[in-house]
Design a protein around this ligand. Structure first.
Ligand code: 2PG
Ligand code: MG
Length: 432
């Protein structure tokens, strides 16, 4: 009875956008089993690891037959017999086997599914829930959620330029209470949207479809929704934005199609800084394109003492990029998406690099998701402090929030909600 890997298989499943995705299943000699499903992004950075898709006409080119075949053949051949508890050893083997800098040959979708399945198998072998296996007896906090109310950008036919309009409730005291408050805001926002005109359903991550005249109209409506929900904007509920500016341009300029067209990097920084002063904003992700570190650093220099500035496409969960970005004062928090880099070990290294710099860290879902709840366990077990999953509807999102409720319950009376402690430097203190 050992924790050695006995078999590795892959299969094609379907994700929340109805596209094929990869599931990996790992069996250990002890009988323990681990399974995990690869997520998929829509607003992707150029420096991300690359999924292997079949191309052609079938399933819009999104087929994963080649990725699945690679798991059952090459990957299984390489890691069968390895100890599942040696996550770094397995992940290094996966990287070496792939042999490309961006996982393009075997596919980040295949590699991430296998890497996470091995982790699940190791936790099952230790007879521990994954979060506790990762915490390794250290005390961990229950992460602060950021939850989408309106979804725009690449997730909603670009109806707004800004991609995610979210809320954070750092004073909630518990994860359970943060969800209750968010539900109040989500429903109040729905009523305001209905009053504006016909409600047009929801975007890719389940947030309300954004029928707005301008990006500021969305910010005004969200602020009003918070107040209408019976909570206080800028006190117990704050706004968090993912600008996903990589989709809007680069150092040569940005296009805010809903507002006034073309902005230079300097004008973009000025616009974001003005928003952060005018609205109860606590966190802003990717206010500039992936290689426009000048604009990003300008925003961080101006408001980084009181607003969290998160790097997503800018950092792509890459420890080396986190180090370089920290040197350049580009942001003060890192978004951590395992599939952006490809393996659990590399994602943890990026998180460690962020934490070592005193940054905030947010474990995040992708816009294409599934019932897989691994990220709830990573956010808790790694003590990241924050978790981003998408909106407060749709089961691929609710599965993660619900798993967090189970984890909070399992931690019991010991559970410490991260709240304002999740933020870098003075941000928590200034806003508390
Ligand atoms: C992001 C994510 C989640 P995607 O930009 O942070 O909202 O989107 O998975 O499409 O990259
Ligand atoms: Mg993002």
């Amino acid at each position: 009875m050992t924790s050695r890997i006995a078999s590795v298989t892959g299969r094609q499943l379907w994700d929340s956008r109805g596209r094929p995705t990869v599931e990996a299943e790992v069996h250990l000699e002890s009988g323990a089993i681990g399974r995990s499903i690869a997520p998929a992004g829509a607003s992707r950075g150029a420096h991300e690891a690359i999924d292997l898709r079949d191309g052609g006409d079938v399933f819009g080119g999104f087929g994963v037959n080649r990725a699945v075949a690679g798991i059952g053949a090459e990957i299984a051949g390489a890691i069968t017999g390895m100890d599942a508890r040696d996550q770094a050893g397995v992940d290094n083997m996966l990287c070496d086997l792939d042999g490309t800098p961006n996982k393009a040959r075997l596919g980040a979708n295949a590699i991430v599914a296998v890497s996470m399945a091995v982790l699940h198998a190791a936790a099952a072998d230790a007879r521990e829930p994954l979060w506790r296996y990762l915490a390794d007896r250290k005390k961990v906090r229950v992460p602060l959620p950021e939850i989408q109310i309106f979804g725009g950008g690449a997730h909603a036919g670009r109806r707004t330029d800004v991609q995610d309009f979210m809320v954070m409730c750092p004073k909630a005291g518990s994860f359970r209470r943060a969800l209750e408050i968010t539900d109040d805001v989500y429903r109040a926002a729905g009523r305001l949207m209905e009053a504006k005109g016909p409600l047009s359903g929801v975007a890719d991550e389940g947030g309300w479809w954004p029928n707005f005249a301008s990006n500021e109209d969305a910010l005004d409506t969200l602020t009003r929704a918070i107040d209408a929900s019976g909570h206080r904007a800028g006190d117990d509920v704050f706004i968090s934005l993912d600008i996903a500016a990589n989709e809007l341009g680069d150092a040569d300029g940005y296009t805010l199609a809903l507002d006034d067209g073309r902005l230079s990097g300097e004008e973009m920084a000025a616009r974001i800084i003005a928003w952060s002063k005018r609205y109860p904003i606590l966190s802003i992700e990717d206010p500039a394109g992936q290689d426009d570190w000048t604009t990003m650093a300008a925003v961080t220099a101006a408001v980084g003492e009181c607003v969290q500035i998160i790097g997503d496409d800018v950092l792509v969960t890459n420890a080396a990029r986190v180090e370089r970005a920290a040197e350049a004062g580009v942001c003060n928090a890192a978004l951590i998406k395992v599939n952006q880099v490809g393996t659990v070990t590399e994602a943890k290294a990026a998180l460690n690099a962020a934490v070592a710099r005193g940054w905030g860290a947010i474990v995040s879902a992708r816009s294409g998701e599934s019932e897989d709840v691994t990220i709830a366990h990573l956010a808790t077990g790694w003590d990241a402090g924050q978790l981003k999953v998408g909106s407060f509807t749709r089961s691929e999102r609710m599965a993660k929030w619900n798993e967090m409720l189970r984890i909070e319950e399992a931690i019991g009376t010991d559970a410490e909600f991260a709240g304002f402690s999740a933020f870098a430097g003075s941000i928590g203190r200034v806003n508390a």
